[in-house]
Design a protein around this ligand. Structure first.
Ligand code: NAP
Ligand code: MN
Length: 268
């Protein structure tokens, strides 16, 4: 099993990386950053998002493991004092894994081009210059005309991140689907949206059609897409991705216990 380490820039994560590399060498576990089968992310959930983004073209082969250097993370099971236990788990690896759904994004631009993205947490579409206006289609049928700050489309594991801040529900990551939540929608006698989050199932297709003069900006996890002056977004299509993210599951961390520990208090 070939292992790679993806770390945040901190001294602590660099030190841990050196320690793990030494441990791997001692156990004769090969290190390969180009074509790894296991990627150890050292940092926070944000670091794991970057590791995912870095290796997203190789998801069928790769399993991820997260070690957190800060507070308890949602994607990070291991603590910094557990380097030795992690190496022991790698030695005993039997390929065990747990998979979670991802979000597929297809963005169309005014110049006729389009681009594909895949999100682990969420994609947002926001306009900071003026009210964002878009038609929301569910399975190709017009559902509503949205006016407001923007929309957040989140995966089940991303539901505890941005989605939660904008009033979305936390989804059990065993549910295959995705969630749409509103950001400051305009609701009055003239303008109307559903006004509550929606959780879509595995086969749903969500399409957002933006107005011709749209200045809306798209994000995918940590990345904000730079569009420049020449083209603008015209249409976005969201669905559950064919690929999933796999984590090497050496130990069981109960999801709801983690939710409680992160947002209410207590031990994870
Ligand atoms: P950041 O500003 O450091 O992230 C914000 C917080 O979200 C951090 O505490 C981060 O944990 C945490 N987080 C990331 N993924 C999570 C998940 N799946 N469940 C629960 N918490 C999660 O930025 P970042 O580290 O680059 O992370 C990017 C993410 O930040 C985006 O994908 C988005 O979900 C979130 N975000 C939230 C808001 C908001 O709530 N208003 C605004 C922008 C972005 P770590 O400290 O472990 O990294
Ligand atoms: Mn972060």
């Amino acid at each position: 099993m070939k292992v790679a380490i993806y770390n945040s820039g901190t001294q602590e994560s660099k030190r841990l990386k050196r320690m793990i590399i030494q441990g791997l060498a001692k156990e004769k576990i090969p290190y390969d950053e180009e074509q790894p089968e296991l990627v150890i992310s050292i940092g926070g959930d944000g670091t794991l998002l970057s590791a995912f983004n870095h290796y997203e073209d190789q998801l069928d082969r790769i399993r991820f493991v997260g070690m957190h250097t800060g507070h308890l993370g949602f994607y990070t099971d291991w603590r910094t004092f557990e380097v030795f236990d992690l190496i022991e788990s790698l030695k005993a690896d039997t390929g065990q894994s747990v998979s979670y759904p991802l979000l597929d994004i297809d963005a169309k631009y005014s110049d006729g081009t389009h681009q594909k993205f895949i999100a682990l947490n969420e994609s947002t579409i926001k306009d900071t210059l003026k009210t964002m206006v878009c038609d929301v289609y569910v399975n190709a049928e017009l559902f509503e005309r949205f006016r407001g700050d923007g929309l957040c489309i989140s995966t089940p594991t991303g539901s505890t991140a941005y989605n939660k801040s904008v009033g979305g529900a936390i989804m059990d990551p065993k549910i295959i689907g995705f969630q749409l939540s509103e950001m400051a929608s305009l609701n009055n006698r003239v303008f109307r949206t559903l006004g509550s989050p929606i959780i879509f199932g595995a086969d749903a297709v969500l399409t957002l059609r933006l107005d011709d003069d749209s200045t809306a900006v798209l994000s995918c996890d940590r990345t904000q897409l730079e569009l420049g002056q020449v083209r603008h977004l015209t249409e976005l299509t969201y669905s559950v991705a064919k690929q999933q993210i796999r984590f090497a599951k050496y130990r069981h961390t109960d999801f709801w216990r983690r939710v409680k520990a992160s947002f209410i208090g207590g031990e994870a």
